[in-house]
Ligand binder design. Structure first.
Ligand SMILES: Cc1cc2nc3c(=O)[nH]c(=O)nc-3n(C[C@H](O)[C@H](O)[C@H](O)COP(=O)(O)OP(=O)(O)OC[C@H]3O[C@@H](n4cnc5c(N)ncnc54)[C@H](O)[C@@H]3O)c2cc1C
Length: 388
């Protein structure tokens, strides 16, 4: 992967790897077992500038390009998918504000989000609305100079730790999104335990009962929320998932690669058994392919290419599938050790399955990408006028 990076990006990546090895690797299993990312590592991440990495310097961000943001997720995802979830949801909200927020919203919220003084989370999913967000029932009702918010959101990553939530709902049937502060009267936040993956990511259920939301907290215009804000936000989430899956793949490769060189069975090292070598070969090839897709997708975003959105979807789809496949093989390669919570591959296996569901499930990616590839193929055929 390093050959794909600029000198500047390599410098940042080194910094992220050092941080991850020092502050994440020794504790990641412990965080998962206790189902909690501690405040201490959130503070350290904030101090290192990771929470405002891609935000402009004028809002106290670091002004990174998106490849660099991806590399942060790779380095952290190698050891803790749960911690990468923080960068994921926080960045989704911050960039949605940067793109669609008013000047007042940006100057009020972006500096504390950049420096990590405030943590943000994104609330789309409801008990009756997941992949099909048009089914949202959360409602905003206009009352003089405020909105009354009622409804329920669930599976909200860092929902139990966030200071501010971007909450999607409908107002007179039109999708809208508003910033809601955690101490708003009428908001009940219930932490969710027992997740398969992202166990330490402070998932929560949010219940809104006649919450008074100032009108100036609406982000974007009525009817914008599902057509513009959500897809825009999810693109940042997909970058995070794609690169964190890449980090997870690297983890599988590093752990299994060294294990098969040492471990012996039937008078030979595991690597000398063809079937095991096959597993490792496929892992390595998919790691390389995923790295190329991830970097190319973020380069496209950095260059404002119209193809960036699709490339990011391809990277998320490929990376999360590769992560799920190879972490299952990693458990197989490690044998009983792979089945124990003290060994990272069992966590990779659980986390990787979850990566196939979040930020638009892989079936939703298949629907969108399948239709897009078919349309492009038809256009090519029509233009060369050969068949069909
Ligand atoms: C760890 C974790 C963290 C999350 N964090 C957040 C968060 O921060 N904020 C937030 O808003 N949400 C969050 N979610 C929710 C997540 O976005 C949803 O789980 C996801 O959108 C899928 O919705 P659902 O679970 O309701 O499944 P459903 O929409 O009910 O889908 C169930 C299954 O049917 C498939 N399916 C649906 N429609 C079709 C179709 N047309 N064709 C074929 N198959 C289809 C899906 O792929 C899935 O496999 C999180 C979920 C998890 C697991």
């Amino acid at each position: 992967m390093l050959t794909l990076l600029t000198t500047n990006q390599k410098g940042y990546y080194d910094q992220f790897l050092t941080f991850a090895q020092e502050h994440v690797e020794p504790y990641a299993n412990q965080w998962d077992n206790s189902e909690k990312i501690p405040q201490d590592i959130i503070d350290k991440s904030a101090k290192a500038g990771f929470l405002g990495g891609t935000l402009p310097v004028e809002y106290k961000g670091q002004g990174w390009d998106f490849v660099t943001y991806g590399l942060l997720n790779e380095a952290i995802g190698r050891f803790s998918i749960s911690l990468s979830g923080l960068f994921n949801v926080h960045t989704m909200v911050a960039h949605t504000l940067l793109k669609w927020g008013t000047e007042e919203q940006k100057s009020r919220w972006l500096p504390p989000l950049s420096t990590g003084k405030k943590i943000a989370a994104l609330a789309l999913t409801e008990p009756g609305a997941g992949s099909d967000l048009q089914m949202m029932e959360t409602s905003y009702t206009e009352q003089g100079d405020y909105f009354l918010l009622n409804g329920k959101k669930q599976w909200i990553t860092f929902g139990a730790a966030a200071d501010v939530l971007l909450v999607f709902g409908k107002m007179e049937g039109k999708p809208v999104a508003c910033l809601v502060e955690k101490d708003t009267p009428g908001l009940t936040i219930t932490p969710i335990r027992g997740m398969l993956g992202f166990k330490a990511s402070h998932l929560a259920i949010l219940e809104f009962n006649n919450c008074v939301i100032p009108k100036e907290n609406m982000v974007g215009k009525p009817n914008f929320a599902l057509s513009y804000l959500a897809p825009y936000a999810l693109e940042f989430g997909r970058i995070s998932i794609a690169f964190a899956s890449l980090g997870l793949l690297r983890g599988c490769l590093e752990i299994c690669g060294s294990h098969v060189m040492e471990r012996k069975a039937f008078n030979a090292r595991l690597i000398d058994h063809g079937m095991i070598s096959h597993f490792i070969a496929d892992m390595g090839v998919d790691y390389e392919a995923t790295a190329h897709l991830c970097i190319a997708s973020c380069k496209a975003k950095d260059e404002h290419s119209p193809e960036a959105t699709e490339k990011i979807m391809i990277a998320k789809y490929f990376a999360s599938r590769a992560g799920a496949r190879h972490s299952a093989n990693a458990v197989q390669i490690m044998g009983a050790m792979g089945c124990n919570e003290d060994f990272s591959v069992s966590r990779f296996y659980r986390d990787s399955k979850t990566m196939e569901i979040v930020e638009g499930s892989n079936q939703i990616h298949q629907m969108i990408l399948g239709s897009s590839f078919a349309k492009k193929a038809r256009r090519t055929l029509v233009s060369v006028k050969t068949e069909g």
